[in-house]
Design a protein around this ligand. Structure first.
Ligand SMILES: Cc1cc2nc3c(=O)[nH]c(=O)nc-3n(C[C@H](O)[C@H](O)[C@H](O)COP(=O)(O)O)c2cc1C
Length: 200
């Protein structure tokens, strides 16, 4: 590890990347395993691939490697309790899905959280080492959106949050954009904008 890297700054930096929240589930024999996971990403359209990064310390890690199949529920804002539950270390495995309204994926049998915007069912395609995590790339077997939910659960600086959809928020977004443009113009290292550039 580079002696220059300040680990606190590294953690704080990662926490400033706003992201969505998923619950990833797998079924090994008769046992359900699950984690709350924000390290989820799209990878490829052809073939259809997504990835998750799983901490080797999690019980979920060995279970998902052994089962080879898993499901991703992209959580709705209303699923914060589910996110908290599946992030609770040491919770009992037996019956853990029963605490959350769910159904079974038809392709993998893995649990799908009902309070979600969308669901994916995947088969492990490749596994890569990623330090203290494993990077699982999954071939997407099935994908489905939930037409009844449109508000995502977000995570930023260790806090859950939500999107604002009001007209007022649209205005405030424009104000923020204006101020960013003003900052950029004021920054001496940037080339002048077309308005500032001297005419030829
Ligand atoms: C918002 C949030 C995001 C998380 N993202 C991940 C993740 O991407 N990968 C991971 O391995 N653990 C992640 N965790 C931690 C796991 O959810 C947590 O360790 C879980 O309790 C492990 O369950 P297990 O012991 O049954 O495997 C996250 C936790 C929270 C609160």
């Amino acid at each position: 590890m580079s002696p220059q890297l300040d680990l606190t700054a590294f953690r704080q930096t990662l926490g400033r990347f706003p992201c969505g929240v998923t619950v990833v589930t797998t079924r090994l024999g008769a046992e359900d395993h699950a984690i709350t996971a924000s390290a989820f990403s799209s990878v490829s359209l052809d073939p259809p691939l997504v990835l998750i990064c799983v901490d080797r310390k999690n019980r979920f890690h060995d279970a998902v490697l052994a089962s080879g199949e898993w499901a991703v529920s992209v959580l709705a804002e209303s699923a914060q309790n589910a996110a908290t539950w599946f992030a609770t270390r040491g919770r009992p495995l037996a019956g853990q899905l029963d605490k959350v309204d769910h159904r079974r994926g038809v392709l993998t049998g893995a649990g799908l959280v009902r309070e979600a915007l969308a669901w994916l069912e995947c088969r492990t395609w490749r596994v890569y080492e990623g330090g203290d995590h494993s990077i699982l790339v999954g071939e997407v077997l099935g994908a489905q959106i939930n037409a009844e939910r449109d508000n995502p659960l977000l995570y930023y600086r260790s806090h859950y949050g939500a999107l604002l959809h009001s007209a007022a928020n649209e205005k405030s977004t424009l104000v923020v954009r204006d101020s960013i443009v003003e900052d950029a113009v004021a920054y001496p290292g940037l080339p002048p904008t077309s308005e500032e550039a001297p005419s030829a």
